[in-house]
Write a protein that binds this ligand. Structure first.
Ligand code: AMP
Ligand code: ZN
Length: 136
């Protein structure tokens, strides 16, 4: 399914040009227009899934294999010092384009990408109860 109002549907399916670094029948990987660091790329399925909750399981299982392959390849070419792989779901989590995508972000010593969070606190009993509630 494609969504005619979705910019990533249009990019992934080649209706809008992009700086593509990889393409197969299910995915397009292209450079982010607002890169957090040099080489920041997005893995985008060609079908429209708004987020991880909607994503097809078969595609989901292929994405991390592809992410690993690209991380290794990009690290070789860019000589980056580290790598973030991240993915946002929902506006509150920082998602701004509501078509599933995985960020591949090469990191360099001293870069300004600033991907971090403020660590909170937790007590052992609270963690134990929460783990019980969440156990699958
Ligand atoms: P997120 O905030 O996780 O939804 O990420 C959306 C990402 O898409 C941001 O990093 C944007 O810079 C990037 N982006 C938005 N529009 C385009 C576009 N037309 N081409 C490439 N990247 C885009
Ligand atoms: Zn879409």
């Amino acid at each position: 399914m494609k969504n005619s109002n979705c910019i990533f549907c249009k990019i992934a399916n080649g209706e809008i040009p992009s700086s593509t670094i990889y393409e197969d029948e299910d995915f397009r990987v292209f450079l982010d227009l607002g890169p957090a660091a040099k080489g920041h790329a997005l893995i985008v399925p060609k079908e429209h899934y708004a987020n991880i909750y909607e994503l097809d399981d078969a595609l989901c299982s292929r994405i991390f294999v592809l992410a690993k392959k690209l991380a290794v390849h990009m690290t070789e070419i860019l000589h980056c010092d580290g790598f973030n792989i991240m993915q946002n779901n929902g506006a509150v989590a920082g998602q701004t384009v509501f078509h599933f995508h995985l960020h591949l972000i090469p990191r360099y010593k001293g870069d300004t990408a600033g991907i971090c969070w403020n660590p909170g606190t937790a007590d052992a009993e609270g963690l134990r109860r929460l783990a019980e509630e969440l156990r699958v």
